[in-house]
Design a protein around this ligand. Structure first.
Ligand code: SF4
Length: 362
């Protein structure tokens, strides 16, 4: 697993500090760049506007172009952007108004507002970067979120965002703002678990969530936003996927893609694993039927977080390698597999003795 926290020498700061690390000066250098001036075993020393910034690494890892954030009093820095990775995500809040049974990031009560720091970090990202925005529920802080998106859209029109949201906090007045930020700048990842309110609301632990979500989706689609609907397959909804596929076709055919996802065994997902994980390596029928329904009608569909060998041959083209590089692993039997390059493998916290029962090298 790749560590997204880096040990640093404590800094005399009383505000969060965002810095881009550079191996050499002069490459788009600016006031937010720290330039490498010395390497002593595992300690790297950077010059940051005349001050020393000491950072420690394991092995020979390079941080050139990475953007880090140091917090006052902390001996670690958050590695917000890894310049060579396509999997960079800002966790903008840990507050949420749902309690999903499979949540990988259970909500917390308190919120630290770091939107200004995230905006600065995005402005220092490599050209053409796509940055994930997740939580918690980002739209609980809609004004701050929109301000951040607007700031980055004006200074770095090449940067794009993928925002994960329960889509329940949008109003008609937001349409104009969404359009002005640029609908091509944001892909909204919106979870929808069933075509009926009782099933969806039970899964997300909130009465009325389904109805609010429909209103939010209508606003996004009215603005012309790009939408990726996300459905985690679980024991709770595995029998209802075909029904959901029909619902998408009749009510939401303008979405960009329907992502059918496997569970992540962490957070509430770990707590509820035994009652929620659906072993799709032995029972893929519901997913197959759902894929057949939407793809026959021209809706783009994809499988996220499915090991390739858990998917029947004729559906493998739908399975994308989606697990972020920093939390991805492979198992012993993957060593001999000819499909490993195309396969997204497993989450670092996947436990095989409680997981898929019918896997093997391809
Ligand atoms: S054996 Fe491993 S690498 Fe091969 S398809 Fe299965 S999970 Fe992926």
């Amino acid at each position: 697993m790749i560590d997204l926290r880096l040990e640093i020498d404590p800094l005399p700061i009383d505000e969060p500090l965002v810095v881009r690390l550079r191996n050499q000066s002069g490459v788009g250098g600016g006031e937010h760049d720290a330039v490498l001036i010395d390497v002593d075993s595992s300690r790297l020393e950077y010059d940051y506007n005349g001050f020393s910034l000491g950072l420690y690494r394991r092995g020979e890892e390079s941080f050139d172009g990475d953007v880090i954030m140091a917090l006052p009093g902390s001996r670690t820095a958050h590695r917000l952007i890894r310049s060579t990775s396509p999997h960079n995500t800002f966790l903008v809040t840990e507050q949420c108004d749902q309690l999903c049974v499979m949540c990988s990031q259970p909500p917390k009560k308190y919120h630290a507002d770091l939107f200004s720091q995230f905006a600065l970090a995005a402005s220092l990202a490599p050209r053409g970067a796509t940055i994930g925005i997740s939580g918690g529920e980002p739209l609980l802080h809609k004004e701050r979120l929109f301000s951040m998106l607007e700031a980055v859209a004006s200074t770095r029109p090449d940067v794009r965002f993928h925002v994960l949201s329960n889509c329940q906090h949008l109003d008609n007045e937001d349409v104009e703002r969404l359009v002005s930020i640029g609908t091509d700048k944001i892909l909204w990842g919106i979870p929808l678990y069933a075509a009926d309110a009782p099933t969806h609301d039970r899964i997300v632990g909130k009465v009325g969530a389904f109805d609010k979500l429909q209103r939010g989706l209508a606003i996004l689609l009215k603005a012309g936003s790009s939408v990726e609907l996300r459905t985690v397959v679980m024991q709770q909804n595995k029998e209802r996927l075909a029904e959901l596929a029909e619902f998408l076709f009749t009510r939401l055919s303008h979405i960009d893609v329907w992502a059918i996802m496997q569970m992540e065994r962490i957070g509430y997902g770990r707590m509820n694993w035994a009652n929620s994980f659906h072993d799709t390596s032995t029972d893929f029928d519901g997913i197959a039927k759902a894929i057949d329904i939407v793809s026959a009608r021209g809706i783009s569909v994809a499988l996220y977080n499915f090991p390739l060998c858990s998917v029947p041959t004729q559906y493998r083209t739908f399975a994308l390698s989606t697990i972020s590089d920093w939390k991805r692993k492979y198992l012993d039997f993957c060593d001999k597999c000819g499909a490993r390059v195309a396969c997204g493998g497993f989450f670092e916290w996947y436990s095989h003795n409680e997981g898929f029962s019918a896997l093997g090298s391809l």
